[in-house]
Design a protein around this ligand. Structure first.
Ligand code: 5GP
Length: 114
Protein backbone atom coordinates (compact mmCIF):
# COMPACT_ATOMS: atom_id res chain seq x y z
CA UNK A 1 0.00 0.00 0.00
CA UNK A 2 1.25 3.51 -0.78
CA UNK A 3 2.18 5.96 1.97
CA UNK A 4 -0.61 8.29 3.18
CA UNK A 5 -0.46 11.70 1.51
CA UNK A 6 0.52 14.82 3.42
CA UNK A 7 -3.16 15.83 3.36
CA UNK A 8 -4.28 12.52 4.88
CA UNK A 9 -1.64 12.95 7.56
CA UNK A 10 -2.97 16.44 8.31
CA UNK A 11 -6.55 15.08 8.43
CA UNK A 12 -5.40 12.39 10.87
CA UNK A 13 -3.68 14.96 13.10
CA UNK A 14 -0.23 13.50 12.48
CA UNK A 15 1.07 16.83 11.20
CA UNK A 16 -0.40 20.28 11.85
CA UNK A 17 -2.81 21.99 9.51
CA UNK A 18 -5.11 25.00 9.74
CA UNK A 19 -8.57 23.59 9.08
CA UNK A 20 -11.27 25.94 7.85
CA UNK A 21 -13.91 23.30 7.06
CA UNK A 22 -14.74 19.60 7.56
CA UNK A 23 -17.70 17.43 6.63
CA UNK A 24 -18.37 13.76 5.89
CA UNK A 25 -16.79 13.93 2.39
CA UNK A 26 -14.29 16.78 2.25
CA UNK A 27 -12.12 19.03 4.38
CA UNK A 28 -10.38 22.33 3.74
CA UNK A 29 -7.11 23.76 5.05
CA UNK A 30 -5.09 26.90 4.45
CA UNK A 31 -2.23 26.35 2.02
CA UNK A 32 1.13 26.34 3.82
CA UNK A 33 2.66 28.49 1.07
CA UNK A 34 -0.13 30.89 0.00
CA UNK A 35 0.11 32.60 -3.37
CA UNK A 36 -2.90 34.84 -2.71
CA UNK A 37 -4.40 36.52 0.39
CA UNK A 38 -6.99 33.71 0.44
CA UNK A 39 -5.49 30.34 -0.51
CA UNK A 40 -7.43 27.33 0.66
CA UNK A 41 -7.19 23.69 -0.38
CA UNK A 42 -10.42 21.69 -0.61
CA UNK A 43 -9.63 18.00 -0.32
CA UNK A 44 -11.72 14.81 -0.35
CA UNK A 45 -11.31 12.58 2.70
CA UNK A 46 -11.00 9.65 0.32
CA UNK A 47 -7.41 9.71 -0.97
CA UNK A 48 -8.22 9.94 -4.68
CA UNK A 49 -5.00 10.72 -6.53
CA UNK A 50 -6.35 13.20 -9.04
CA UNK A 51 -9.27 14.15 -11.28
CA UNK A 52 -8.36 10.99 -13.21
CA UNK A 53 -9.88 8.98 -10.34
CA UNK A 54 -13.29 10.65 -10.73
CA UNK A 55 -16.13 8.75 -12.35
CA UNK A 56 -19.93 8.62 -11.96
CA UNK A 57 -19.59 6.82 -8.63
CA UNK A 58 -17.54 9.76 -7.28
CA UNK A 59 -19.71 12.58 -8.64
CA UNK A 60 -20.96 13.41 -5.17
CA UNK A 61 -17.39 14.09 -4.03
CA UNK A 62 -16.60 16.33 -7.02
CA UNK A 63 -19.89 18.15 -6.50
CA UNK A 64 -19.26 18.65 -2.80
CA UNK A 65 -15.81 20.11 -3.53
CA UNK A 66 -17.42 22.82 -5.69
CA UNK A 67 -20.26 23.51 -3.25
CA UNK A 68 -17.76 23.88 -0.39
CA UNK A 69 -15.65 26.23 -2.53
CA UNK A 70 -18.68 28.47 -3.03
CA UNK A 71 -19.52 28.35 0.68
CA UNK A 72 -15.96 29.18 1.76
CA UNK A 73 -15.68 31.98 -0.83
CA UNK A 74 -18.73 33.60 0.80
CA UNK A 75 -17.35 33.04 4.29
CA UNK A 76 -14.00 34.57 3.30
CA UNK A 77 -15.75 37.56 1.71
CA UNK A 78 -14.39 37.00 -1.79
CA UNK A 79 -17.59 35.86 -3.52
CA UNK A 80 -18.30 39.32 -5.00
CA UNK A 81 -14.70 40.33 -5.76
CA UNK A 82 -14.16 36.95 -7.40
CA UNK A 83 -11.78 34.07 -7.13
CA UNK A 84 -10.16 31.25 -9.01
CA UNK A 85 -10.60 27.50 -8.54
CA UNK A 86 -7.69 25.38 -9.75
CA UNK A 87 -7.17 21.62 -9.85
CA UNK A 88 -3.68 20.75 -11.03
CA UNK A 89 -3.58 17.29 -12.56
CA UNK A 90 -0.51 15.20 -13.33
CA UNK A 91 2.96 16.29 -14.40
CA UNK A 92 1.95 18.79 -17.10
CA UNK A 93 -0.74 20.18 -14.78
CA UNK A 94 1.90 20.91 -12.14
CA UNK A 95 0.40 18.61 -9.50
CA UNK A 96 2.79 18.17 -6.58
CA UNK A 97 0.67 16.42 -3.96
CA UNK A 98 -0.80 13.16 -5.24
CA UNK A 99 -4.09 13.51 -3.36
CA UNK A 100 -6.87 15.28 -5.30
CA UNK A 101 -7.33 18.87 -4.13
CA UNK A 102 -8.83 22.11 -5.40
CA UNK A 103 -7.17 25.47 -4.77
CA UNK A 104 -9.48 28.36 -3.83
CA UNK A 105 -7.55 31.54 -4.63
CA UNK A 106 -8.78 35.07 -4.02
CA UNK A 107 -8.16 38.46 -2.50
CA UNK A 108 -6.10 39.71 -5.41
CA UNK A 109 -6.49 40.02 -9.16
CA UNK A 110 -5.54 36.80 -10.95
CA UNK A 111 -3.72 37.10 -14.25
CA UNK A 112 -2.97 34.64 -17.01
CA UNK A 113 -3.49 30.92 -16.98
CA UNK A 114 0.05 29.74 -16.48
P1 5GP B 1 -0.40 21.17 -6.27
O1 5GP B 1 0.75 21.75 -6.99
O2 5GP B 1 -0.22 19.69 -5.99
O3 5GP B 1 -1.73 21.49 -6.90
O4 5GP B 1 -0.46 21.92 -4.89
C1 5GP B 1 -0.07 21.39 -3.67
C2 5GP B 1 -0.24 22.49 -2.65
O5 5GP B 1 -0.15 21.90 -1.37
C3 5GP B 1 0.80 23.60 -2.75
O6 5GP B 1 0.16 24.85 -2.93
C4 5GP B 1 1.52 23.51 -1.40
O7 5GP B 1 1.89 24.77 -0.89
C5 5GP B 1 0.50 22.81 -0.53
N1 5GP B 1 1.10 22.02 0.54
C6 5GP B 1 2.12 21.12 0.41
N2 5GP B 1 2.42 20.58 1.60
C7 5GP B 1 1.56 21.15 2.50
C8 5GP B 1 1.40 20.99 3.91
O8 5GP B 1 2.08 20.23 4.59
N3 5GP B 1 0.41 21.74 4.50
C9 5GP B 1 -0.39 22.59 3.77
N4 5GP B 1 -1.32 23.28 4.47
N5 5GP B 1 -0.23 22.76 2.46
C10 5GP B 1 0.73 22.04 1.82
Amino acid sequence: MSEPSVFTRILNGEIPGEFVYKDDLVFAIRDINPIAPTHILIIPREPLVSVNDLDEAKEHIAGRMLVVAAKLAKEMGIDSSGYRLVINTGPDGGQEVMHLHMHLLGGRKMRGLG
